[in-house]
Design a protein around this ligand. Structure first.
Ligand code: BGC
Length: 281
């Protein structure tokens, strides 16, 4: 089922727009993005993620959503996977048949004639935040983490994205004494919902994840995103880390915006300067 929720009504005068899609474990979001302002324009479409979430099922849902948006131009798709040289390499919260999937070939079949590029979902959010949000203008190492079904990460150094980091799968010791586990099994937003944790109960688990990362990499700031950052006022003050923490600005739309931006840059419609130089290799 696809539902539409209104976002910003009008693009800026003469603004270039692009299509962005964000594939999550439970929902797929798509929208038209004003590439100058980094904001959604028109309706944000939301569909249930098909189950099983195979490449063909997801690509077909994306085709329907892109048709509904009804515009030409390149499409960017953010996926919870490592996208390495055009091939999806891992699959968490999506069907394991994604592993080894050639995404160019996939979309050639489902959206023939349309230029479609794919990138990791947290990397898409990182591109958004470094251009338009909480990481803009910050030199040095900034680490963005998204809290949703899993934990996604984007590493930003001097405003450039270093793609495909997977800190959601970093093994850390559980502060509740249950041994070592992946960070996303200890502190994702879905774990908070599943275990019905209050912010006071959940925040120490997030702090533990941040502590492990800051001890290894010494970033100058963390940017924390995902829907849960809407309530940043309620739980950021509970975090006990030496690294400053900022809330992501675009929250739930960061993946859509970053995917559209990436597609426009890849197609040469938009110049991202240094931001993507490493990403493109
Ligand atoms: C995936 C990442 C993704 C993150 C957030 C993790 O399980 O491995 O690629 O960025 O979830 O969706």
């Amino acid at each position: 089922m696809t539902t539409a929720t209104p976002a910003t009504p009008e693009p800026a005068n003469g603004a270039r727009t692009g299509v962005g899609v964000d594939v999550g474990g439970t929902g797929i979001k798509a929208g038209l993005v004003d590439l100058e302002r980094g904001e959604l324009v028109g309706d944000r479409l939301v569909s249930d993620t098909p189950q099983p979430a195979t490449p063909d099922a997801i690509a077909e849902t994306i085709r329907e959503m892109v048709d509904e948006l009804g515009t030409d131009g390149p499409v960017g798709v953010a996926l919870p996977s490592v996208i390495h040289e055009g091939v999806a390499r891992i699959a968490h919260n999506i069907d394991t048949s994604w592993i080894g999937c050639d995404v160019v070939d996939l979309f050639d079949r489902h959206l023939p004639g349309r230029r479609v590029v794919m990138l990791n979902d947290a990397d898409a959010a990182g591109l958004t935040e470094v251009q338009f949000g909480a990481a803009a203008g910050l030199d040095g190492l900034v680490i963005l983490l998204t809290f949703g079904t899993g934990i996604g990460s984007a590493l930003l150094f001097d405003g450039r994205l270093i793609p495909n980091t997977e800190f959601g799968h970093l093994m850390v010791e559980d502060i509740a004494g249950r041994g070592f586990d992946e960070t996303e099994h200890l502190a994702s937003a879905s774990v908070r919902a599943r275990d019905e944790l209050s912010f006071a109960e959940w925040a120490p688990h997030v702090s533990n994840v941040l502590r492990n990362i800051e001890d290894l990499l010494w970033p100058r700031a963390f940017v924390l995103g995902g829907g849960v950052s809407e309530a940043a006022d309620e739980w950021f003050p509970l975090l006990e880390n030496r690294t400053p923490v900022r809330a992501a600005v675009r929250l739930n739309d960061a993946g859509i915006i970053g995917a559209a931006t990436y597609a426009a840059a890849d197609a040469g419609v938009l110049d991202l300067g240094e931001v993507l130089s490493r990403h493109r290799g």
